[in-house]
Design a protein around this ligand. Structure first.
Ligand SMILES: [Zn+2]
Length: 212
């Protein structure tokens, strides 16, 4: 059974997810830890729960989701995994960070490329890769049918959706991603977004003002 823990990091209040199961193997999604104190919070969580991080994955490569890539890759000896279509977004992080006055440790280059239809395995569990562009050109989301869990990146939020005004964003594409990839899932599936509180598919189907 998959457990999902979140820590909220950096000036953008980004949710970093630690996803693990009974074997204690864990995937770290979108490590956003920026300060030393945030890095320590992540390490403490992993140590206190006796977890073994085995994969490092970005749902997409906006700056707030990758600030901790370098730290996590080094600390746990992990290779970065992303969708290939996010490479230009990852390349833009350093210039964007400089412009924003943020001190960014350069992310390691990705060594594994994920795409729709792939299954990401860890411990006794697996997550299906869903292709959900619109907020970012090649955002991917991760779904476990067995545990009814969806790691949604910045695609769908509690009663909101991801912004589409950044490079590679597109409103119609985002709505299509949500309708075809998320709203085909069961109501009880829990949604863990990149910002703000968790929600469910059923709640968003009923109450999300962008998807009426
Ligand atoms: Zn984003």
């Amino acid at each position: 059974m998959i457990e999902v823990a979140s820590l909220t990091f950096n000036p953008f209040q980004e949710n970093t997810y630690i996803v693990y199961d009974e074997t204690k193997e864990a995937i770290i999604f979108d490590p956003g830890c920026y300060t030393k104190a945030e890095e320590q919070l992540l390490v403490d969580f992993i140590t206190n729960h006796q977890l073994q991080p085995v994969r490092l994955i970005n749902t997409h490569c906006h700056i707030d989701h990758v600030l901790g890539n370098y730290f996590v890759a080094e600390k746990y000896g992990l290779k970065l995994e992303i969708h290939k279509g996010e490479l230009p977004v990852l390349d833009a992080v350093i210039p964007y960070g400089t412009m924003m006055g943020l001190k960014v440790e350069p992310s390691p280059a990705p060594e594994v490329f994920l795409e729709e239809g792939d299954e990401v395995e860890f411990g006794n569990s697996k997550l299906a890769v869903l292709f959900t562009p619109g907020h970012s050109p090649a955002s991917i989301s991760f779904y476990s049918q067995a545990s009814e869990v969806l790691i949604a990146g910045d695609v769908l939020f509690y009663e909101s959706i991801g912004r589409t005004d950044l490079p590679g964003g597109d409103f119609a594409t985002l709505i299509k991603s949500i309708k075809t990839q998320f709203f085909t899932l069961e109501d009880q599936v829990r949604v863990f977004p990149g910002h703000g509180p968790a929600t469910t598919i059923g709640h968003e189907r009923k109450h999300n003002p962008f998807l009426r």
